[in-house]
Design a protein around this ligand. Structure first.
Ligand SMILES: [Zn+2]
Length: 232
């Protein structure tokens, strides 16, 4: 029998973890108290900025430098580098630049490095919307960002429609990009195109929103809406 030096209870030796260095071969505190302590330590570490920053920095180095890392393709593989000389410099910069537990690191230029100039600490929602901008979609054997697809001549819908088709309705990328939204179909010059298709047509003299405005708000005929120059 041994008495735990934390809770003071006397228990059988089996209730104590082994410790070869101690005289009776057991730890001085019982298993329950030892487990509590481990849990407390883990909890406190989770909220320790330095511990979190060290872990984060390891992750950054991994995805930038280790080709075996599962996310390397999106970082090191795209030429994203880590320009903080070491973890201490990273921690120092972080603490001096608004880091607190709960914030995420964001690279302002998504193709730029992890560096003091290109990084800032942001809330999760800011980071998610930034990631959205740089999100890559594969279709027709090509990989482009969401915005590049929206600007592509094959795309028949505006950004938000494409986004909701992909995320909310789970359409495959090619259908989401090409399928015209019914309300956007406009006939002019003997052709039927979507509103955004017309806005990219060489004959069109106004932007997508300008065209939408002319059709919906001003009630212009399609051909006039597409071609009539803006009065200056
Ligand atoms: Zn105990």
């Amino acid at each position: 029998m041994t008495t735990c030096n934390v809770c003071g209870e006397t228990k059988s030796d089996d209730d104590f973890y082994r410790n070869r260095k101690s005289s009776n071969g057991r730890q001085p505190l019982c298993k329950k108290c030892a487990d509590d302590r481990t849990r407390e330590y883990r909890e406190s570490r989770k909220n320790d900025p330095e511990y979190r920053l060290r872990k984060l920095f390891t992750g950054i180095k991994q995805r930038c430098n280790n080709p075996k890392n599962s996310r390397y393709a999106y970082y090191g593989g795209r030429g994203i580098t880590c320009e903080f000389p070491d973890v201490d410099a990273f921690i120092e910069w972080s603490l001096a630049n608004g880091y607190r537990v709960g914030l995420e690191i964001d690279r302002e230029d998504n193709d730029g490095p992890y560096s003091p100039d290109n990084c800032r600490w942001v809330t999760r929602s800011v980071n998610v919307s930034n990631r959205e901008v740089s999100r890559h979609i594969e279709a027709f054997g090509e990989t482009k960002t969401m915005q590049q697809w929206v600007d592509d001549a094959r795309c028949s819908v505006p950004y938000n429609t494409l986004l909701s088709r992909l995320d909310w309705f789970g359409w495959d990328a090619e259908t989401a990009i090409t399928k015209p939204a019914d309300r956007n179909l406009i006939e002019a010059f003997g052709e039927t195109k979507t509103l955004s298709g017309w806005s990219r047509d060489p004959r069109c003299v106004v932007s997508y929103s300008g065209l939408r405005h002319r059709l919906d708000k001003l009630g212009m005929e399609p051909e006039e809406a597409i071609t009539k120059p803006n009065r200056r």
